[in-house]
Design a protein around this ligand. Structure first.
Ligand code: HEC
Length: 121
């Protein structure tokens, strides 16, 4: 009896630790996920303005429907891939847009605006 009682006691303390463990795990997960792929809050309504200001329209068309550069309206890239394309395009034509020219926030605005655009001319 005594042994069974202490077993229950041990089980209880283990069970009590689970919520704490879950909290720690989810906190770690949150920092990991937000650190890797967090996208600043963007406003698609401002996106078109930044798109023109940075002359994206000159190559990608007024609404991103293509020109010298490919169609990027309704783009399927993730925000991370999109930003990578801006910061390190690795292309003979597409210019590099550094953080000081085009902030992450403005990039997020453009990204959301492009996503909301129809990719048909
Ligand atoms: C001088 C012309 C030029 C300008 C200006 C330009 N791009 Fe590009 N862009 C290109 C070309 C050409 C490609 C295709 C070659 C490549 O992927 O590198 C491209 C590719 C891209 C892609 C990848 C498309 C895909 O499906 O993989 C994205 C996204 C993009 N541009 C966004 C932008 C944004 C946003 C701006 C403005 C901040 C911009 N570009 C300005 C020429 C340009």
């Amino acid at each position: 009896m005594r042994i069974a009682g202490s077993e229950v006691h041990i089980m209880n303390t283990k069970i009590h630790r689970i919520p704490l463990l879950l909290m720690v795990l989810s906190a770690v997960l949150f920092f990991f996920v937000s650190g890797c792929s967090s996208m600043p809050e963007g406003n698609p309504d401002d996106g078109e303005r930044w798109f023109r200001m940075n002359r994206c329209n000159g190559c990608h068309g007024e609404k991103g429907t293509g020109g010298k550069g490919p169609v990027i309206a309704g783009l399927k890239l993730s925000y991370r891939q999109f930003k990578h394309k801006l910061r390190a395009p690795n292309s003979p034509v597409m210019p590099v847009f550094e953080q000081k020219l085009l902030s992450d926030k403005d990039a997020a605005d453009i990204y959301l605006w492009l996503q909301s655009q129809n990719n048909k001319r």
